[in-house]
Design a protein around this ligand. Structure first.
Ligand SMILES: *Cc1c(COP(=O)(O)O)cnc(C)c1O
Length: 453
C-alpha cells in the first residue's frame, strides 16, 4: 500500500533524534491520546474525499506524490519544527537548505549564485520579478500567453507594467512578436517559460538570448515545472534540449521541488546568477538575528517564517537521489517522458483523437482534442470522456487550448482566439511508464462508451 512505509521508516530515526536530547530534564507533553485518535479517525474519513493522487491511474494534473524519504524526513523534522527564517530558528535545517539549494544550482550549472527555498513557485517568481523591478524600475515585464497566469498578477502587485506575447501552435513564445515588443525600448524582463503548465511547451531560450545581446533586458526563466528536465537532455527533442542547455545563461531561475522534485507542498526555489542582488533584501530586524554572524536565509528572502522541514525533506531526498544525469532521479523523469511519448504515439494512430499538430510533447504533458465536426462537439466529448474515464478510476485533466494548436499550417501571430476543450494528462510519475497499457485501456474504453466504435 502506498501509505505504509513511512511510519516504519520513521520510528528508528525518531528514537535516534530523541537520544541526542537525553541530557535535558525529562518533560512529557500532556496529550489526550484517545481524543486525538478519535479526531484522526474523523480526519481520515474527510481525506478520502480526494482524487487518488498517489496512484499511477491518477494521470491528470501536475501532482506527484512526495518520495517516502521526503515524507519521513519532513515528519522527523516536525519533532523540532525548525523555522528557516534565520539560524536562530533552525541551525541544522538552514545548513541543509544551503546545501540542497547549492545542489539545485549545480544542476543548472551555477556554482556562484544567490538563492534559497520559498514556500512556492509563485513566491519564487515574485522574488525574481521584484529584483527585476529593483534593477529597472518601471520597465515592462513580458511573458508568453502560455506563461503561468500568476506573472500578470505578480506584476500588478509589484506595480510593474506587464504584457503577454502570442504563442505559436505548440505553445512557444513567438519570436517575431517578442522582437516587435523589444523594439519599443521599455522591456525590462522577459519571462521565459521552460515547460509551460498547460502543455509543457519550452520557449526558445537560445533565440531569446540572442535577442538579449541586441536589445539588453533581463531573462527570468520560469521552470517551476520543467527545471529538472535539464538532467535528461538526451531524452528531449532538439529545441527543448538546446533551451535547457542554455539555462545557465539566464539571470534568474525558478524551479519547484514540490512539482517534479518529489517534495511535499511548500517547496519552491529561486536562484539569481549575480549574488550582488542580495543588496536589495537588506533590512534590519530587531528581533530575528542574534546567534550567528553568518548568512541568514531570512536576509535574502522576501518571506520571514518558512518551513525548515521543507529544507530537511529536500536535503534527505538529494542524499538518496542525487540530482545528476544518469542517476535514479533522472531515470524516474525519463520514465515519465517515455510514457508521454508512448501515449502520444498511440493517440496519433487512433483517428478518434487529435494530438498537437506540431508534433510530439516536449516534456511529459500530453494534450489532445477529440475529432468531431465542430469545436463545440469536440469540447463536449472531452468533458464526457473525462467523466467516463474517472468512472473507470482513470483520472485525466481538461484544458482549454487555442484551436491553432491543432492546425498544420503555420499561423500568423495575432490570429484566432477561438479555443477548444481538450483532454490533458501529466505523466510525471515514474510508474506511469509501466502503467501506460492500463491507462490506455481505460481511456479507449471510456472513449468507446462516449463516441461508440
Ligand atoms: C506551477 C507553476 C507556477 C506556480 O508555482 P506554485 O508552486 O504553484 O505557486 C509557476 N510557473 C509555472 C511554469 C508553473 O508550472
Amino acid at each position: 500500500m502506498p501509505f505504509d512505509p513511512v511510519p516504519g521508516l520513521l520510528a528508528p530515526a525518531t528514537e535516534l533524534l530523541e537520544q541526542q536530547f537525553v541530557s535535558l530534564p525529562t518533560h512529557h507533553p500532556i496529550i489526550d491520546s484517545p481524543a486525538i485518535a478519535q479526531v484522526l479517525a474523523a480526519t481520515a474519513h474527510r481525506l478520502a474525499d480526494n482524487y487518488p493522487y498517489f496512484h499511477p491511474l491518477y494521470a491528470g494534473q501536475m501532482l506527484k506524490p512526495p518520495h517516502p524519504v521526503a515524507r519521513a524526513a519532513y515528519a522527523l523534522a516536525m519533532s523540532i519544527n525548525p523555522n528557516n527564517h534565520a539560524r536562530d530558528g533552525g541551525r541544522a535545517s538552514s545548513e541543509m537548505e544551503i546545501e540542497a539549494v547549492r545542489e539545485i544550482a549545480a544542476m543548472f550549472g551555477w556554482d556562484q549564485f544567490l538563492g534559497h527555498l520559498t514556500s512556492s513557485g509563485t513566491i519564487a517568481n515574485l522574488e525574481a520579478l521584484w529584483v527585476s523591478g529593483q534593477l529597472a524600475p518601471g520597465k515592462r515585464i513580458v511573458a508568453s500567453v502560455q506563461a503561468h497566469y500568476t506573472h500578470n498578477r505578480i506584476s500588478a502587485v509589484l506595480q510593474l507594467p506587464y504584457s503577454s506575447i502570442p504563442a505559436d501552435n505548440r505553445g512557444r513564445m513567438c519570436l517575431d512578436a517578442l522582437e516587435a515588443e523589444l523594439r519599443k525600448g521599455d522591456v525590462g524582463t522577459v519571462v521565459v517559460t521552460l515547460g509551460t503548465t498547460a502543455i509543457g511547451a519550452v520557449d526558445p531560450l537560445p533565440e531569446i538570448l540572442a535577442l538579449r545581446s541586441r536589445f539588453g533586458f533581463r531573462i527570468h526563466v520560469d521552470s517551476a515545472y520543467g527545471g529538472y528536465f535539464c538532467l535528461i537532455p538526451d531524452a528531449l527533442d532538439e529545441p527543448a534540449r538546446l533551451a535547457f542547455t542554455a539555462i545557465n545563461q539566464a539571470d534568474s531561475i525558478v524551479v519547484d521541488p514540490h512539482k517534479h522534485g518529489l517534495q511535499p507542498y511548500g517547496c519552491g526555489c529561486v536562484l539569481f546568477r549575480d549574488p550582488a542582488v542580495g543588496r536589495f533584501y537588506k533590512h534590519s530586524s530587531p528581533y530575528t538575528y542574534f546567534t550567528s554572524k553568518q548568512l541568514h536565509l531570512g536576509e535574502i528572502s522576501i518571506e520571514c517564517s518558512r518551513a525548515g522541514a521543507a529544507a530537511v525533506a529536500l536535503w534527505a531526498t538529494h542524499q538518496l537521489l542525487p540530482l545528476v544525469p544518469g542517476g535514479d532521479f533522472a531515470h524516474g523523469l525519463a520514465q515519465g517522458r517515455a510514457a508521454a511519448l508512448e501515449l502520444d504515439r498511440r493517440l496519433r494512430a487512433d483517428n478518434r483523437f487529435q494530438p498537437l499538430a506540431a508534433g510530439a510533447p516536449e516534456l511529459d504533458i500530453v494534450v489532445w482534442k477529440l475529432n468531431a465536426s465542430t469545436p463545440q462537439r469536440a469540447s463536449e466529448l472531452a468533458q464526457k470522456i473525462f467523466q467516463a474515464a474517472a468512472a473507470r478510476d482513470l483520472h485525466l485533466a481538461l484544458v482549454e487550448l487555442p484551436l491553432i494548436c491543432f492546425q498544420h499550417e503555420p499561423v500568423p501571430s495575432g490570429h484566432d482566439p477561438a479555443t477548444v476543450t481538450c483532454l490533458r494528462s501529466v505523466l510525471m510519475k515514474p510508474e506511469h511508464k509501466a502503467w501506460l497499457g492500463r491507462i490506455w485501456d481505460r481511456l479507449t474504453a471510456a472513449t468507446a462508451e462516449t463516441m461508440g466504435g
